[in-house]
Design a protein around this ligand. Structure first.
Ligand SMILES: Cc1cc2nc3c(=O)[nH]c(=O)nc-3n(C[C@H](O)[C@H](O)[C@H](O)COP(=O)(O)OP(=O)(O)OC[C@H]3O[C@@H](n4cnc5c(N)ncnc54)[C@H](O)[C@@H]3O)c2cc1C
Length: 385
């Protein structure tokens, strides 16, 4: 059992419920078990598998099974219990949970000493027609199968394929799709549509110039300042800001990556305890994309921040349950972020945001980060904090 500073245990078998078995939930669970192997952990998640979502775009090259870990395996490995259900979280429910220290599900009541909410953030949505693919579709079919089957069914099979959204997710999928089309010798052109004036606009300018030059090398069209209105019967309907107004183009299918919705985000204090009417609910914590911490660390919706918040909540839950209740503030700053441009190229920043790295060095950084998380899933914690 590892040593946790400022933790003098009182109860050695806490009951902990974790809502959401993504990056934050799993990081919290493994950390709790590191310091309290006898903890009774219930993981509540509507999916039957943990999704290593940061690898989802790679399913154009690898089987989908490579990025899914059935919760049954995690139950065996970590001795937790998975309850496969979903429920809507509301502020009054939180008060009730804090008072009752239990969650009522359809057919059972789950008692807890502490609850961690780690339910992630939902993707932004627009109306989806049969020729439109969203991120959610990749959880049931690999990229390769999804693209092939939708192309076969399309009324405009040989026409260009449109990617909507030039953020990190859209760009990572774009380059994988480009490679897939080349490997399969499919002639469809690719186009990227984005409402902003450059791709990856949440990152420094260097990200955009590098990525756009790689897109142009591969013959991918870029439509900046352009809004998507829908895809029907082999045509995509667009509107260019300040330019030619509304127009439509032939399109075999559209992939929609519009980013995360800033909804159902739980505000917490700096220790990760959820705030309700500005007061902390002492036994309810939140971590990951569904949380916004009140200073000082990073609230970026990234796997790195999700893991660090999950681990911090685990340590603070244990300390709060102990004799001295000295909690640790959230100070984590992301050390970098890398966007893959296919399997052999990437662009990212390291250390400070202006320090843009590209190519092999960027790929190597990403590889290290991914290996660290894979190790965590096997029960080996190599994170320094
Ligand atoms: C394609 C892609 C690539 C990415 N690449 C990177 C990257 O390279 N680096 C990086 O740092 N970040 C990356 N991200 C972002 C990163 O994946 C997220 O920031 C991270 O997954 C957030 O972790 P989380 O635990 O908060 O949420 P998630 O990992 O999304 O997990 C949330 C879990 O909660 C469950 N859930 C949802 N609603 C409920 C409910 N009501 N009750 C119970 N359970 C619920 C879900 O089923 C899911 O299992 C990428 C994202 C995508 C989509």
């Amino acid at each position: 059992m590892a040593f946790l500073p400022f933790y003098i245990p009182e109860n050695r078998q806490l009951k902990i419920a974790i809502l959401g078995g993504g990056y934050a939930g799993i990081a919290a669970m493994t950390s709790i078990l590191r310091y309290m192997p006898e903890a009774v952990i219930t993981l509540i998640d509507p999916r039957s598998q943990h999704v290593k979502i940061t690898h989802l775009h790679e399913t154009f090259r690898y089987p989908l099974e490579d990025v899914l870990i059935p919760f049954g395996i995690l139950e065996e490995r970590f001795g937790c219990r998975h309850v496969c259900t979903e429920f809507t979280l509301k502020e009054n429910t939180l008060y009730q949970w804090q008072n009752d220290k239990s969650i009522r599900l359809d057919d059972q009541i789950i008692e807890f000493d502490y609850l961690l909410i780690a339910s992630g953030a939902a993707s932004k949505k627009m109306d989806v027609t049969p020729d439109v693919v969203t991120l959610q579709d990749f959880i049931t079919l690999s990229g390769a199968d999804l693209l092939s089957s939708r192309l076969d069914a399309s009324s405009a099979q040989d026409q260009p394929i449109s990617i909507i959204g030039g953020g990190a997710t859209g760009v990572q999928f774009l380059f994988e799709i480009a490679l897939f089309l080349r490997r399969k010798k499919l002639k469809n052109k690719l186009r990227l549509i984005d409402g902003g004036d450059r791709v990856l606009k949440q990152f420094p300018e260097g990200f955009s110039s590098y990525t756009q030059s790689r897109m142009s090398d591969q013959g991918i069209d870029f439509h900046p300042n352009t809004f998507y209105h829908g895809q029907v019967d082999g045509r995509i309907f667009l509107e260019e800001r300040g330019g030619r107004g509304r127009f439509d183009l032939p399109s075999a299918m559209s992939f929609m990556f519009l980013g995360k919705k800033p909804e159902n985000i739980f505000l917490t204090n700096t220790f990760g305890q959820v705030l309700a009417n500005e007061f902390p609910l002492e036994n309810i914590f939140a971590a990951g994309d569904c949380s916004s911490y009140n200073k000082f660390g990073s609230n970026v919706m990234s796997a790195q921040s999700a893991v660090r918040k999950g681990k911090l909540c685990a340590r603070n839950i244990l300390r709060h349950s102990g004799r001295i209740k000295v909690l640790e503030p959230y100070l984590h700053r992301d050390l970098g972020y890398v966007v893959n441009l296919g399997p052999s190229d990437a662009v990212g920043w390291l250390g400070v945001e202006g320090n843009v790295v590209t190519g092999m060095p960027a790929l190597a950084i990403k590889e290290v980060v991914e290996i660290q998380y894979d190790l965590l899933l096997t029960g080996t914690d190599t994170y320094l904090i």
